[in-house]
Design a protein around this ligand. Structure first.
Ligand SMILES: Nc1ncnc2c1ncn2[C@@H]1O[C@H](COP(=O)(O)OP(=O)(O)OP(=O)(O)O)[C@@H](O)[C@H]1O
Length: 558
């Protein structure tokens, strides 16, 4: 399951590839960003020109003209910055939407097999905060790098025009601040960023697990332990953030020192060049002010490196999901199955190349058969059902329905032909009506009531304050397992598939409700094929064929 770690460069290239459809808008962001920064630098530079002219240093431009340019640049700066930020964020949030869509598509493909073993808290981190952090890359990285590089080149040319030494020196300082510091910084901060994102996901998982297992925690009096562990996780996150922020502080201080050194260097060089008669005092002042005000985009690059490491760690986790190979590929299309006979032909299966769970197992189920599978816990009964629904593919042998290999039956057709009722039923935070209607979205209210009656849950629903319109969420998880299981049966009756797959369908029911549901199944499903896993003899009484799962194979029981 662990994926290969990709280099920062590869991750960056892949993130940029997603940008392709929005390249024209990115060009707008970059162009307006460059013009905006040039306008900002021009404000200070021409301000200095005006000052120099007023003080009597000749710089070749009149103070009145320079002031007009300053005013024009100030207005332009606002407009340009607005367009840059607007288009930059439009790109970022559009891309986040595209990425979210890709992740959901990937999760759909991975479900259910590959998601069984994934930590749900970690998945939630990826879908929410990890993707959100990529905004940093799209809105605050790509354009700033381009803007930083281009503006630095332009300013270096302007300084070069004043005097080549200024031009050459500015290139050196831009490289130190915009390239060497970020590269050096990222080497040290890399591990911290990766560790922080991993700790963040772990902490989410632990919290979610604690919520899910709250009953067990209280029952075994582990509340204090859990609380301490959650506090420890928070402390760990705090510490890791402390390391990142400490590092950021040092880098910022270092960057500021380099900028100060650059300005002082320009000051000394200006004095020297003025002494040699190569530049006027006015030119020297303009060069110093231009350099000092031009570091903005380059400093933005330097600050990026810390954020980028976290962003890349998030992107890596996102790409791991996108790259994960599903256990089963969907088969597109829809067909009619010629018959509903199921043939399990000499199959073997194991999870992740471990020991075989099922080996050379065969089973013939004719349409209308009611088959019970009995066996010890962990013997592989649920696994066999999962294989019949193609949640996983068999490793050897073949399962077919109506003579057609499961692997080639369109997924939609397969899902339509089968309904699963399992030991634990998930109800969505919606009305009871809509929860049962999962079985058939187009069913009428009367159909739902009839299905609920068959599942012996109608009377219970009618006693609820708003009957079928009661929201499951409002019951606050107060539904009993048996009530949930009966709702699941109601869904199954409504769905009316030809093949009913029942995994301990009555495990949470009392004998009265069990008998009632079994009678309905017996009466209503005469022509349906049923494959039922059950520990209870009473449940399997409605079946005409019984098999025991022993030593990875099925043995007929009379
Ligand atoms: N997704 C999975 N990945 C790896 N191993 C799994 C997975 N699901 C189940 N197993 C293992 O496969 C074996 C068979 O599990 P299965 O759920 O099929 O047993 P079962 O007979 O239905 O058990 P029970 O009666 O307790 O429900 C068990 O050892 C289980 O731990």
């Amino acid at each position: 399951m662990e994926q290969k770690r990709q280099s920062g460069f590869k991750i960056m290239l892949r993130l940029i590839k997603v940008l392709k459809p929005l390249a024209p808008i990115m060009m707008i962001t970059i162009s307006f960003g460059i013009l905006g920064f040039l306008a900002a630098t021009a404000i200070t530079s021409f301000g200095m020109v005006a000052g120099a002219d007023i003080l009597g240093f000749n710089v070749g431009i009149k103070a009145s003209t320079a002031i007009k340019i300053v005013i024009a640049c100030a207005i332009l700066r606002g407009i340009l910055r607005f367009i840059e930020q607007y288009s930059g964020h439009f790109i970022a949030f559009t891309i986040l939407a595209i990425l979210r869509d890709q992740v959901f598509k990937a999760l759909r493909k991975l479900a259910p097999a590959k998601l069984e073993s994934k930590e749900k808290g970690s998945l939630i981190s990826i879908i929410t905060s990890d993707i959100e952090l990529l905004e940093v890359f799209y809105a605050h990285t790509v354009a700033p790098i381009a803007i930083g590089v281009v503006t630095s080149i332009i300013i270096a040319c302007v300084l070069f025009a004043i005097n080549p030494i200024f031009g050459a020196l500015s290139v050196v300082f831009y490289l130190i601040v915009g390239y060497f510091i970020p590269v050096f910084s990222s080497k040290f901060a890399k591990q911290g960023g990766i560790e922080y994102r991993a700790a963040f996901a772990d902490s989410n998982s632990y919290f979610l697990e604690s919520l899910n297992g709250i009953k067990e925690i209280l029952l075994f009096d582990k509340g204090e332990d859990r609380k301490n562990a959650i506090n420890e996780n928070s402390e760990k996150l705090h510490e890791k953030m402390g390391v990142i922020k400490g590092h950021e502080g040092i880098i910022r201080a270092f960057t500021d020192i380099v900028i100060m050194i650059a300005i002082l260097t320009f000051l000394f060089v200006s004095i020297e060049l003025n002494k040699q008669g190569q530049i006027t005092i006015g030119q020297g002042l303009v060069a110093i002010v231009t350099l000092a005000s031009s570091f903005g985009p380059v400093v933005a690059l330097s600050n990026l490196s810390n954020n980028l490491i976290q962003t890349f760690a998030c992107a890596q986790r996102l790409f791991d999901i996108l790259d994960e190979v599903p256990a089963v590929e969907d088969v597109p299309g829809e067909t009619e199955l010629s018959s509903k006979d199921i043939k399990v032909d000499n199959i073997s299966f194991d999870y992740d190349n471990r020991e075989n769970i099922l080996k050379d197992l065969s089973l013939d189920i004719k349409k209308g058969d009611k088959v019970a599978i009995i066996g010890e816990s962990g013997s592989g009964k649920s696994t066999l059902l999962k294989l019949m629904m193609r949640f996983w593919n068999v490793d050897k042998g073949e399962i077919s329905i109506g003579g057609e290999n499961l692997k080639t039956i369109p997924t939609k057709t397969l899902r339509k032909s089968q309904t699963l009722v399992s030991q634990d039923t998930f109800l969505f935070n919606d009305t009871i009506l809509n929860n049962i209607k999962m079985g058939d979205r187009d069913a009428s209210f009367e159909d739902v009531v009839e299905a609920a009656k068959k599942a012996s849950i109608h009377e219970f629903i009618m006693k609820l304050p708003q009957g079928y319109e009661t929201n499951v969420g409002e019951l606050g998880g107060n539904l009993s397992s048996g009530e949930k299981q009966r709702m699941s049966m109601a869904r199954a009756f409504l769905r009316n598939s030809d093949i009913l797959i029942l995994d301990e369908p009555t495990s949470n029911l009392d004998t009265l409700n069990e008998a009632s549901i079994l009678k309905t199944i017996d009466d209503e499903c005469k022509d349906k094929t049923i494959v039922m896993v059950s520990h209870r003899k009473s449940s399997s009484a409605i079946c005409n064929k019984r098999y025991g799962l022993e030593n990875k194979k099925l043995v007929r029981i009379q």
